[in-house]
Design a protein around this ligand. Structure first.
Ligand SMILES: Nc1nc2c(c(=O)[nH]1)N[C@H]1C(S)=C(S)[C@@H](COP(=O)(O)O)O[C@H]1N2
Ligand SMILES: [Mo]
Length: 258
C-alpha cells in the first residue's frame, strides 16, 4: 500500500515513455493522467529517494537525446511572465541588470550578472522535461553547472539544501513568490544547470528568462524559472510553508525523482 504512489508513478512513466517513442516527431506529448504526487507520503518519498539513488547511482545521468528529438516549440507551464513593472524593465533592457545572488551558508556571497554566468564554462544537454500535469517535452538547454557556482561561493559544511527564490508571485504579494529547493547531491549533479539558453537562443520569457534551473532527474515543478536568489540553508522547515517549495507547500512531493 505504502508503495502504490511510487508504483503507479513508475507505471505512468513507462507508459509515458512508450507514448513518447511513438510521438517523438512531435517532441511534446499530452497524457490525460491525474497528478500522482499528491498521494505520496513523506515516508514513501524518503524511501523512493534512497531506493532510486541506490539503484541508479547517486550521480546517474538522465537520458540525453539527439537534435532530431527536439520539440519544434518547447511548451511552457506555470507562470508565463512574472508581469511586474520591475520584470518588464529587465525584459526591455535584455536583462543586463539582472543579478542572481548567492547567499546563506556560503563563504563568499555572490552577485552574478548574465554575462558573469556566460563567462563560465557551459554545458549543453538535450533532455526530456516531465510535468506532473501529464505532458513531456524535449529541449536543448545550455547553462552553467550549478556545482561550479556553488564551488565559487564556497558552501559551508552546515549547508544541506539549496533554495531558489524566483521573481514570480503565485498570488498577491511577495510571500507567494515561487520557490524551490534541492539537496546538495541533486544540486551538484552534473546535469543540474543554471540555464540561460533554450535551443541555442536566450531563454524565452515564458520558459523562465533570464535564468532557470534544470535538474534533469526531477519533475518539472522542481525546475525554478526566473531565478533571482540562491540560498544555502541547513533546513527549510522555517521557510514559507515549510515544505521546501511552492508546490510542496500545496502537497506535492519534495523529492520528485523520475
Ligand atoms: N518560477 C517558476 N518556476 C516554475 C514554475 C512557475 O510557475 N514559476 N512552474 C514549474 C512547472 S510546474 C513546470 S512543468 C516548469 C515549466 O517549465 P516551462 O514553462 O519551461 O515548460 O516550470 C516549473 N518552474
Ligand atoms: Mo509542471
Amino acid at each position: 500500500m505504502a508503495d502504490s504512489g511510487n508504483q503507479s508513478r513508475r507505471g505512468f512513466l513507462s507508459r509515458a515513455t512508450a507514448v513518447g517513442s511513438t510521438m517523438l516527431l512531435a517532441g511534446c506529448y499530452d497524457l490525460s493522467q491525474k497528478p500522482w504526487v499528491l498521494s505520496i507520503l513523506g515516508e514513501v518519498e524518503n524511501l523512493t529517494r534512497k531506493a532510486q539513488r541506490l539503484f541508479a547511482g547517486s550521480h546517474a545521468l538522465a537520458p540525453e537525446f539527439s537534435k532530431a528529438d527536439i520539440a519544434p516549440s518547447f511548451r511552457a507551464n506555470g507562470t508565463l511572465n512574472p508581469g511586474t513593472a520591475d520584470y518588464q524593465a529587465h525584459v526591455a533592457n535584455a536583462f543586463r541588470d539582472w543579478r542572481v545572488r548567492v547567499g546563506g551558508l556560503v563563504e563568499h556571497p555572490l552577485s552574478l550578472s548574465l554575462s558573469d554566468l556566460r563567462s563560465l564554462p557551459s554545458r549543453t544537454q538535450i533532455t526530456r522535461h516531465d510535468c506532473v500535469e501529464g505532458w513531456s517535452c524535449i529541449g536543448e538547454w545550455t547553462g552553467v553547472q550549478l556545482s561550479r557556482v556553488l564551488a565559487m561561493a564556497g558552501v559551508k559544511p552546515a549547508a544541506r539544501y539549496v533554495m531558489f527564490h524566483c521573481a514570480d508571485a503565485m498570488g498577491e504579494g511577495d510571500d507567494t513568490l515561487y520557490y524551490e529547493s534541492l539537496d546538495l547531491l541533486e544540486a551538484t549533479h552534473p546535469q543540474t544547470l543554471l540555464a540561460y539558453e533554450l535551443n541555442g537562443a536566450p531563454l524565452p520569457v515564458q520558459n523562465g528568462a533570464p535564468v532557470r534551473l534544470r535538474a534533469e532527474r526531477q519533475l518539472g515543478y522542481k525546475m525554478a524559472k526566473y531565478i533571482e536568489r540562491i540560498e544555502l540553508v541547513d533546513d527549510f522547515r522555517q521557510v514559507r510553508g515549510g515544505k521546501g517549495g511552492y508546490w510542496e507547500d500545496q502537497g506535492y512531493a519534495w523529492y520528485a525523482g523520475i
